[in-house]
Design a protein around this ligand. Structure first.
Ligand code: FNR
Length: 353
């Protein structure tokens, strides 16, 4: 690449990082997450007054500058000086950051570093008392929602991590009460640590327990089917994040953009549906909104921005997506995100008929 990056893919080139870039096993889902977007077309709409475009939206009662949130991703320290920098970028861009449970600085440090609206992502430990403690710390420190990542009772097999003998560094949120000494015979200790600590028996009925220990709204992240969407509405969560963990969990899980509409229809407007996986262009954001997402989350691009240029890089990544989304809206005749409807995209199936 010559010169400054002009899009999110070029940020990836600048910031090559195996741990972040990789996916599970054959990386089929990882690659398809992006490919599937390419099969959706946006018919332009002409002769609409688009002299003013408004990207702003509301997520769980919070006004933000655009329907683009920061997804929870682990261990920002491997990319740059930790999550506080990402959080500052989120505040500067007037968006929401979901802090990973597996962050490399504490949730308190992130809370005191910025005034962004923050969500906290959790996995539930076998030691429920420790999970409850974390949830309460998040609530005390002004986190506005709990994102329960539900697609990871076990950790997906990421072969780059095995080759690189990736071992989990200290996790600041839990280091006082949890040892991460689990060893592994396959090179990386990530899966072994998770197996020892995470509660793989956690299931739908346990959501009730979670809602008894917090007043924060709960979002379930990692949901990909109509059946699970119906269950999520039934257990009373505040929202859903359609996600396949960026292709890092079950390889050959469907790509998120291909199942989004199925989930949106099952939910029937009763709770908001958010979306992540493979968003690299403003057109991708537009397509996800047209298929019913209220907002998208971006994972890897934020880390690439962080690795390449720190806070400025994250801000650039978000700004590029916003600029591209604004242009897409102008060229398809939408003044505001509410104007983006199902009629604004054609999926592959529709094009074949
Ligand atoms: C993740 N993701 C993730 N999700 C989560 O709930 N907790 C976590 O700690 C992490 N950690 C994590 C690390 C890395 C390196 C990646 C790439 C992803 C998944 C993340 O929230 C999101 O679902 C995906 O990253 C979305 O896909 P894209 O935007 O990376 O294509």
């Amino acid at each position: 690449m010559v010169g400054e990056p002009v899009n999110l893919n070029e940020f990836q080139e600048l910031a090559r990082r195996d741990f972040y870039a990789g996916g599970a096993e054959d990386q089929y889902t990882l690659e398809e997450n992006m490919e599937a977007f390419r099969r959706i077309m946006i018919p332009p709409r002409i002769l609409v007054d688009v002299s003013r475009i408004d990207l702003s939206t509301n997520v769980l009662g919070y006004n933000i500058s655009a329907p683009i949130l920061i997804a929870p991703t682990a261990l920002h320290k491997l990319a740059h000086p930790e999550e506080v920098v990402t959080a500052r970028a989120a505040a500067a861009c007037k968006t929401i950051m979901a802090l990973s449970f597996t962050s490399s600085c504490t949730l308190e440090e992130v809370a005191s570093s910025c005034n962004a609206v923050r969500f906290f992502q959790i996995y539930v430990y076998k030691r429920r008392d420790l999970s409850a403690l974390l949830v309460q710390r998040a609530e005390r420190n002004g986190y506005k929602a709990l994102v329960l990542t539900a697609d990871s009772p076990r950790v997906g097999r990421k072969e780059a991590d095995i080759k690189n003998k990736m071992t989990l560094p200290k996790l600041k949120n839990t280091e006082r009460f949890l040892s991460l000494e689990a060893s592994s015979d396959n090179g990386s200790n990530l899966a072994a640590v998770a197996k020892e600590t995470k509660d793989a028996s956690f299931c739908w009925k346990d959501i009730e327990w979670l809602s008894t220990i917090t007043n924060m709204p709960i979002l379930i992240k990692g949901l990909l089917t109509r059946e699970d969407a119906i269950k999520a509405v039934k257990v009373g969560v505040a929202g859903i994040v359609v996600s396949n963990h960026g292709g890092r969990q079950l390889d050959y899980a469907p790509t998120t953009i291909t199942v989004l509409e199925e989930v949106v229809q099952a939910v029937g407007g009763r709770i908001p549906v958010f979306f992540d996986g493979g968003v690299r262009r403003g057109t991708d954001v537009f397509k996800a909104l047209a298929l019913g997402a209220q907002a998208v989350l971006i994972g890897r691009p934020v880390i690439y921005g962080l690795a390449a240029k720190g806070e400025y890089g994250v801000r650039q990544v978000i700004q590029m997506l916003k600029d591209e989304l604004e242009l897409t809206m102008a060229l398809s005749g939408c003044h505001s995100v509410k104007d983006i409807t199902r009629r604004h995209v054609r999926t592959e199936r529709e094009r074949l008929h």
